[in-house]
Design a protein around this ligand. Structure first.
Ligand SMILES: Nc1ncnc2c1ncn2[C@@H]1O[C@H](COP(=O)(O)OP(=O)(O)O)[C@@H](O)[C@H]1O
Ligand SMILES: [Mg+2]
Length: 266
């Protein structure tokens, strides 16, 4: 299997009243089909910009973005997106919110099939029984579960998540991590997850990409060798010496990305 996502030497600067603000500098990232790439980097380094480029919502100044062997030049319907604050339509029920991408991508799909598909996912994430509620009637964690369902309901090539669990409390966040693994086991997808939580990056990622400070380039890539038997990853694995070593490496790399020498950072 080849790379599903290829970001080749992407450079981008925003135009601002004070002149161009270089944000990405020759960024190169490869994500093989079915893999989960976690991306970490200093605040403001260009991570959200990267997600917009992959989704085709923005064009880079130079360099290329490829998805599934096709150059991305315009917004892609085959990308699913999830954000820190799920944008849900309050006048629609949870079920109708989850169905929304199917209405856009598969307008001829019979309504019964759309409902069945949405319900299948809502069941997987433990939201069956809540499909008739409005978004504001759900907790933040439940809304995020619904937004994950919505992001993958149309079976996108790639799921892009920009700090989706950032606003959740620690326990809810860990539950969502587990749900991510369960979803992936049932419906394999290729994913890019932007996060500032190193434990999250190791628990969910097959690779963790550390971006440098702005303008961002790929500073370091960690191949995650998660302890366990190869089945669903267990949260307890995070407390093993192997994970502690990976986390220490990542922390050191983040400090370098922030322009601090690790030895001086105490
Ligand atoms: N549309 C825009 N116009 C001008 N500057 C922007 C725009 N979007 C983001 N920026 C700036 O670009 C830099 C990178 O932004 P962003 O990609 O959101 O970083 P991150 O997600 O890593 O925090 C930041 O300094 C931000 O202020
Ligand atoms: Mg961001």
């Amino acid at each position: 299997m080849g790379n599903l996502i290829e970001i080749k030497g992407v450079t981008h600067a925003y135009k601002t009243p004070n002149g161009p603000l270089p944000v990405l500098d020759g960024l190169t990232i490869e994500v093989p089909e079915g893999e989960f790439a976690a991306v970490v980097g200093p605040s403001g380094c260009g991570k959200s910009t990267l997600t917009r480029l992959v989704a085709g919502l923005m064009k880079p100044d130079t360099g290329e973005v490829w998805l599934h062997g096709e150059r991305v030049k315009s917004p892609r319907k085959t990308v699913g997106m999830a954000f820190q604050n799920p944008v849900m339509l309050e006048w629609r029920t949870i079920l109708e919110n989850v169905i929304l991408p199917l209405e856009i991508v598969a307008p001829s799909m019979p309504r019964a099939d759309r409902v069945a598909r949405a319900m299948e996912l809502l069941q997987l994430v433990g939201l069956d029984g809540f499909e008739g509620k409005r978004p504001s009637e759900l907790s933040g964690g439940m809304r995020q579960r619904a937004s994950l369902c919505r992001a993958i309901v149309h079976k996108p090539d790639v799921l892009i998540m920009d700090e989706p669990f950032g606003a959740l409390d620690a326990f809810t966040r860990e539950d969502l991590w587990q749900t991510m693994h369960e979803l992936r086991a049932k419906e394999p997808f290729t994913a890019v997850l932007i996060t500032h939580d190193l434990r999250e990056s190791v628990y969910l990622g097959d690779q963790v990409i550390v971006l440098s400070g702005r303008p961002a380039r790929t500073q370091f890539v960690l191949d995650v060798d998660y302890p366990g038997d190869g089945g669903l990853r267990q949260l307890e694995g995070l407390y093993t010496p192997e994970c502690a070593a990976m986390l220490a490496t990542l922390r050191e790399q983040i400090q370098i990305a922030q322009g601090r020498h690790p030895a001086e950072a105490h």
